[in-house]
Design a protein around this ligand. Structure first.
Ligand code: AGP
Length: 616
């Protein structure tokens, strides 16, 4: 999502900043900016802040006309969270007197309280961002400390949330103060000076020996060197890591392909999508909703409209919108919905789910639904996309730019966002107590850690299963309830990246036709996690096994019985059934990727597919 770069040394800072920002463009952003330190004619240094909405190239051409000498500065590419994409909301943000500038990645959870307190003390805010509180907090602390690094340390101690932060101050020329908590910061010393970035790709041309700052560590960069300290200001010596990636690998974060990188980003996507969403008193906070509580309370029918993977996220959502909020919910392919005459009243909510935010069929369905009088709510990954603009309200999935054509992390972001919406509807309609909503919200957040465990522990079993699936001509995915929704997505993923024909069925439907396909060696991949329908799924698998199928199951840790009917078992941690789609889809993504690699396919750019489908 956002990108940070900073440089102080013996070279033109603006060129280094633009180069770094360009390198980080692949992450996705909506605006870019830099703050450059300049020695004024009167001998007093000043900060020049230059920001633009849109591409780094636009900022670069504006900077071509910038003639002042500057050897210290910070830069940023912003992906909007608090506040729409605009010049005023673009980073860097400055203190009231303009002598301190900051760039920040992450989210300040207590920004509303901090902003109010700072305003009460006379600070004037120029943006809607959470980041701006850092500029004012540092300004206050600098007034007392007269030391930028100490002021940054004091400022972050007041902040709850995540930050990768770099700050400059006109009164301390040549210094960049850096802090980190739950948001990556990489630091390195090159021949021309000291560098900071949020992504190693931005500085590997300057140095390959870098420090990956840990949480609650700080760094003070000057042209002469870098001093590292802890939260008490005591000197520390972090480990130096040698990076031997080429540019391509760096862009992929060291992973062999974007698909794997993006699958591994999913724990972060869960956390980022949930951060700041529940207040201390258990109320859900979706401020970008665009609908009043009364309008939400009036909703008596929900349609989820989407295509492909996003449609499968809708299948998951149906279970919780009906289960938690007790509102009838239908899920429809947008390409069908728009040509039907669905029953729509002013109390109908249409939820449009689209990673790219520009899928033609989904957009057309949104327009149609609005004309018919529905309220439309968008769930998308792209800020300012047509789906976001044309909906009454929007939740952004916080997946960051997804590069692999096959959606993985976006899907997880969509499910988590749809679950937030279902929880909110349930709260507004008093169908769930605050205590239950709070418990479900916490368990939803716990899936981040559970995904991480799957990523850390399941690669061998997934590889073995992939070896069994890859040589086949066709495969069947089955499951019931939540498991069925995930089976559909598992089959789509396998088709997309491995070109292996795959179908998904609700397991109970097997005996009504698909079972005719089964012959010795035919792969049946089942979501067989512990759920109210577990025994039924097991019976269906026995029927497949009896006909010679190779059975692969995604099962719950500790389930030894399943080994009696499955040739390959991929275990995942136990979760409440409603959250199993989040965890169970991860091994199926990895299985699809492994099978595709075994079949020699390009997993990032499958044939015939496009990342955004803007034709009907
Ligand atoms: C997912 O792997 C696919 N690339 C595809 O099904 C995709 O989900 C579909 O085209 C919808 O795209 P959207 O989410 O951008 O609207």
């Amino acid at each position: 999502m956002c990108g940070i770069i900073g440089f102080t040394g013996r070279s033109q800072a603006k060129d280094i900043l633009v180069e770094g920002l360009t390198r980080m463009e692949y992450r996705g952003y909506d605006s870019a900016g830099v703050a450059l330190e300049v020695a004024g004619a009167d001998g007093e240094a000043r900060l020049d802040v230059i920001r633009r909405v849109g591409k780094v190239a636009g900022l670069a051409s504006e900077l071509e006309g910038y003639k002042d000498e500057s050897t210290c500065g910070i830069g940023h590419t912003r992906w909007a969270t608090h506040g729409r994409p605009s010049t005023a909301n673009a980073h860097p943000h400055t203190s009231c007197d303009g002598r301190i500038a900051v760039v920040h990645n992450g989210i300040v959870e207590n920004f509303a309280e901090l902003r109010e307190e700072l305003q009460d003390r006379g600070h004037e805010f120029k943006s809607d961002t959470d980041t701006e509180v850092f500029a004012h907090l540092i300004e206050e602390a600098y007034g007392c400390e007269g030391d930028l690094m100490a002021a940054v340390r004091e400022a972050v101690s007041q902040v709850a949330g995540a930050y990768g932060l770099a700050a400059v101050c006109a009164d301390e020329p040549g210094t960049i103060a850096v802090a980190r908590k739950d948001s990556p910061i990489i630091i390195g010393m090159g021949e021309m000076g000291a560098y900071v970035a949020s992504d190693v790709i931005a500085l590997i041309d300057a140095t390959r020996d870098v420090v990956v700052l840990a949480d609650d560590q700080f760094a003070k960069l000057t042209p002469e060197g870098i001093e590292y300290t802890d939260s008490e200001g005591r000197a520390i010596q972090p480990e130096v890591t040698h990076v031997d990636w080429d540019l391509d690998m760096a862009e992929k974060g060291g992973y062999p392909d974007f698909m794997l990188k993006e699958i591994h980003e999913q724990p972060r996507v869960v956390r980022d999508t949930l951060v700041g969403r529940m207040s201390a008193n258990g109320e859900l906070d979706i401020d970008e909703l665009g609908l009043s509580l009364q309008e939400l309370n009036d909703i008596d029918r929900v349609y989820v409209i989407a295509c492909g993977t996003s449609y499968h996220a809708g299948l998951v959502a149906k279970n919780v919108i009906e289960g938690w909020a007790r509102i009838p919910c239908e899920v429809e392919a947008a390409s069908e919905f728009r040509y039907r005459d669905p029953i729509i009243t002013p109390s109908t909510l249409v939820v449009a789910v689209s990673q790219s935010g520009e899928t033609a069929d989904t957009l057309a369905a949104i327009r149609d639904a609005r004309i018919k009088g529905a309220k439309v709510f968008g769930i998308t990954n792209v800020v300012g996309s047509p789906v976001a603009r044309e909906s009454d309200g929007v939740i952004y999935t916080k997946a960051n730019k997804e590069i692999a054509v096959a959606s993985t992390k976006s899907f997880i972001g969509q499910i988590v966002s749809l679950m937030l919406l279902a929880l909110l509807l349930a709260q507004v309609k008093y169908r769930l107590s605050t205590k239950t909503a709070r418990m479900l919200f916490r368990e939803l957040g716990d899936t981040a850690e559970q995904i991480q465990r799957i990523l850390d522990e399941s690669s061998d079993s997934i590889h073995e299963a992939a070896e069994a699936v890859a040589p086949a001509h066709s495969a069947l995915f089955v499951g019931r309830g939540m498991g069925a929704a995930i089976a559909y997505e598992g089959a789509l993923k396998l088709k997309e990246v491995s070109y292996l024909h795959a179908e998904a069925y609700a397991a109970g439907e097997m005996k009504h036709g698909p079972i005719a396909l089964i012959e010795p060696g035919f792969p049946v991949i089942a979501v067989a996690t512990k759920s109210p329908t577990y025994d039924k799924v097991v019976s269906n698998l026995m029927e497949c096994r009896a006909r010679g199928a190779v059975v692969v199951t995604v099962a719950t840790e500790g389930d030894e019985e399943i080994k009696k009917i499955a040739d390959h078992v991929i275990y995942i941690p136990q979760v409440r059934d409603c959250f199993s789609p989040i965890t169970a889809s991860v091994p199926l993504q990895l299985l699809a990727r492994e099978a595709a690699l075994l079949r020699g396919c390009d997993v990032d750019q499958p044939r015939n597919l496009a990342k955004s489908v803007t034709v009907e």
